[in-house]
Design a protein around this ligand. Structure first.
Ligand code: DX5
Ligand code: ZN
Length: 216
């Protein structure tokens, strides 16, 4: 299976959001990665429903919504209605993770769980069979443009091993500090979806940067 590319709109120019969405529409990217931050789970605030609805109006590819928020259960239906195709919740934010995942699926969205750099992969053992995707954070969530954490390769391989029997179709997404220098090694380790923010939108030719991540 070919890996997928999900440019993170967090690194786009919000004053030219439609332009950047159309750039991604016309590129070899597969999904839009949409980062929601609440200033509680992470020390930063990004954007919410009105902006996601505006993105959805122009996006011609699925919205991969990454919720960096406390108590996401309160808002799952609203994210579905705003246009989410897949919803990622954080392991660290969900005391009743199994219930949360069932609700996401009942809404008709793909269900995914993210783990922070210090959260062991082994914590997913009792939920992995129910998931469409696991998101391995390769930076501490909250900001774009951070340095990639090298231990991520090991964690991706651990997720791959855990999924081999329990859930062979599981997608493994990696998010944070992904660029052309580490992408091939990440895919080799088992990543099937690469999120890229600054390495795409800070490039002089974002569309070319996407193609380069796609054809490693
Ligand atoms: C970080 C977000 C990422 C971010 C990645 O908390 O989850 O999706 O946009 O940005 P880069 O690719 O610049 O590290
Ligand atoms: Zn993200």
């Amino acid at each position: 299976m070919h890996h997928l590319i999900a440019p993170s709109l967090l690194a786009s120019d919000f004053a030219n959001l439609q332009r950047d969405i159309e750039l991604v529409n016309a590129s070899e990217a597969d999904w839009f990665h949409v980062d929601v931050m609440d200033g509680m789970f992470v020390p930063n605030i990004s954007f919410g429903f009105p902006v996601i609805k505006a993105i959805k109006k122009h996006a011609q590819k699925p919205l991969d919504v990454h919720l960096m928020i406390v108590d996401p259960d309160r808002y799952l239906k609203d994210f579905k209605e705003a246009g989410a195709d897949s919803i990622t919740v954080h392991y660290e934010a969900c005391p009743h993770l199994h219930r949360t995942i069932q609700v996401i699926k009942q809404l008709g969205c793909k269900a995914s769980v993210a783990i922070n750099p210090a959260t062991p992969v082994a914590n997913l053992v009792d939920i992995i069979a129910d998931l469409d995707m696991v998101l391995v954070m390769s930076v501490n969530p909250g900001f774009g443009g951070q340095k990639f954490i090298e231990h991520t390769y090991t964690k991706i391989a651990q997720v791959k091993t855990l999924a081999a029997n329990a859930n062979p179709n599981l997608k493994i997404e990696v998010d944070g500090g992904v660029d052309i220098g580490n992408a091939a090694k990440l895919v080799e380790a088992g990543a099937s979806v690469l999120v890229a923010g600054s390495s795409v939108f800070s490039a002089s030719d974002p569309s070319l940067a996407i193609s380069q991540l796609k054809h490693l």
